[in-house]
Design a binder for this molecule. Structure first.
Ligand SMILES: Cc1ncc(COP(=O)(O)O)c(C=O)c1O
Length: 372
C-alpha cells in the first residue's frame, strides 16, 4: 500500500517515550507524579461504567467550578493532548491557515500538520523574553487565518503572555473571525498570583458575542496527575457541542473510573497544589543558583513553571547532549525538538535531590565540554 504524505507521528513524543529516560532526568515537563498510595481515594465511590451521555455530570460540575466557566462551555478530553487534537480538528479543514508560535510544543504543530492545515509561524525570540510580538502577529494574520495557536505558560521557555496581550490577540482574531487556541496546561503554576486565564478575557471582548478563545488544559502538569488523563476544553457553547459530537469519532467515551478519580482529585485540589508549590519553591532556588553560576548559558527566567530553555553559547549541541547522556547519565530535551537546536529544555518538576544531582552533572558536563 502507498504511504500517505500526511504527517502521522510526533518525533518529540516518540523521543520522550523511548529516549528521554536517564538516571538523572531533566527532560520532564510536569510535576513529579503523585504517589497512588497518598491519593485521596474513596474506593466506595469508584464505578466502572458511566451513566452515558455527553460528560459525566459530577466531573462537568467540578470543571465548570474550577475554571469559572459555564458548564455548556466545557468539554472533557483525554489529557490536554487529545484536547488540543479535538479543538483543532473541530475548527480546521485541510488547507486552513494557522498561525503558530515558534518555538512550540511539538505535538501541537504535528496535529495541525496531520489535519492538513497550512501553518505559518510567529517567532517568540529569546532577545525579547519569548514574548508574543503583536506587530509581527498583525502582519501575519489574514482574512484566511482560521486559528492562532499558543501556549501560556509557553513551552519550552515558560514565558507568560500577559492579559493585555491576550486581549489584543483576541481582538485581532475576532476581526478576521479566527479562533485562538491557548494551551494553558502550565498556567495554574502561578498559584495565588492572578493568572491571565484567557476564556474570561474573550467573554469580555463583546463584538458579535462569540468568544474567540479556545482553552485546553488538564490536571497533568501542575498537580502530578498525568495518569488520570483529566483534560478539558473551554469553548463557546456551539463550538463545544461540535467538539462533543466530533469526539464520538475519536475516544467516544472516557475511562469512567478515571473520571471518578478526577472528581476526587478536584475535591482535594489544595492537597496537590500545596505539594506542587512547596516542591517548586525548593527546586526553583536550585535552578536559580545553577543559572547564576554559568556564564556559558544564556537563559530567560520565567515567572513560574517547571521548564526553562537556555541557550548553549558555544559548541555543537549534539556533541554536548551525547556527552551529557553517555558520561553523565543525564538528559535534557534537545532544542531541535523545538526547532531551535542551540537551545535545550530543563525540567525542574522532579524530586529535589534528583534535580540537585542532575544540575551538578549538567554543570560538570558543561565544564568538560568547554575544555574539549
Ligand atoms: C504545552 C503542552 N500541552 C499538552 C501537553 C500534554 O499534556 P497532557 O498530559 O494533559 O496530555 C504537554 C506535555 O508536555 C505540554 O507541554
Amino acid at each position: 500500500m502507498n504511504e500517505s504524505a500526511r504527517k502521522k507521528h510526533s518525533a518529540y513524543m516518540e523521543w520522550a517515550k523511548t529516549r528521554s529516560h536517564a538516571k538523572f532526568n531533566l527532560a520532564t515537563s510536569g510535576l513529579l507524579n503523585f504517589p497512588f498510595k497518598e491519593f485521596p481515594l474513596q474506593l466506595e465511590n469508584i464505578e466502572l461504567t458511566a451513566p452515558g451521555g455527553y460528560g459525566y455530570e459530577p466531573l462537568m460540575e467540578r470543571l465548570a467550578r474550577h475554571t469559572g466557566v459555564p458548564q455548556e462551555c466545557v468539554v472533557t478530553a483525554t489529557g490536554t493532548s487529545l484536547a488540543n487534537h479535538l479543538a483543532m480538528a473541530a475548527v480546521l479543514d485541510p488547507g486552513d491557515e494557522v498561525l503558530m508560535e515558534l518555538p512550540v510544543y511539538g505535538p501541537i504543530l504535528d496535529v495541525a500538520e496531520y489535519l492538513g492545515a497550512c501553518v505559518k509561524r510567529i517567532s517568540r525570540r529569546f532577545e525579547n523574553g519569548f514574548a508574543i510580538d503583536l506587530a509581527e502577529l498583525k502582519k501575519a494574520i489574514t482574512p484566511n487565518t482560521r486559528l492562532i495557536a499558543l501556549t501560556n505558560l509557553h513551552n519550552p521557555s515558560g514565558a507568560l503572555i500577559p492579559a493585555e496581550t491576550m486581549r489584543a490577540i483576541g481582538e485581532l482574531a475576532q476581526r478576521v473571525r479566527a479562533y485562538v487556541l491557548v494551551d494553558e496546561v502550565y498556567l495554574e503554576m502561578l498559584f495565588g498570583r492572578s493568572a491571565p486565564f484567557c476564556f474570561p478575557i474573550g467573554e469580555a471582548l463583546g463584538d458579535d458575542g462569540e468568544n474567540p478563545f479556545i482553552v485546553t488544559s488538564s490536571l497533568t502538569k501542575v498537580y502530578g496527575l498525568s495518569g488520570l488523563r483529566c483534560g478539558w476544553i473551554l469553548a463557546s457553547p456551539a463550538l463545544a457541542k461540535r467538539m462533543w459530537l466530533l469526539n464520538d469519532l475519536f475516544a467516544a467515551s472516557p475511562v469512567h473510573s478515571a473520571e471518578r478519580m478526577s472528581v476526587m482529585a478536584l475535591d482535594h485540589l489544595e492537597l496537590f497544589r500545596e505539594r506542587a508549590r512547596t516542591l517548586l519553591a525548593a527546586n526553583r532556588a536550585l535552578l536559580d543558583a545553577f543559572l547564576d553560576s554559568r556564564s556559558d548559558l544564556q537563559c530567560f527566567r520565567p515567572p513560574a513553571g517547571t521548564v526553562v530553555f537556555p541557550r548553549l553559547t558555544r559548541g555543537d549541541p549534539h556533541a554536548f547532549f551525547k556527552l551529557l547522556r553517555d558520561k553523565y547519565e543525564t538528559t535534557v530535551v534537545p532544542g531541535a525538538f523545538f526547532e531551535m537546536p542551540q537551545y535545550f529544555r530543563i525540567g525542574i518538576g522532579g524530586d529535589t535531590p534528583g534535580l540537585r544531582a542532575g544540575l551538578e552533572r549538567l554543570g560538570a558536563a558543561l565544564d568538560e565540554f568547554a575544555r574539549s
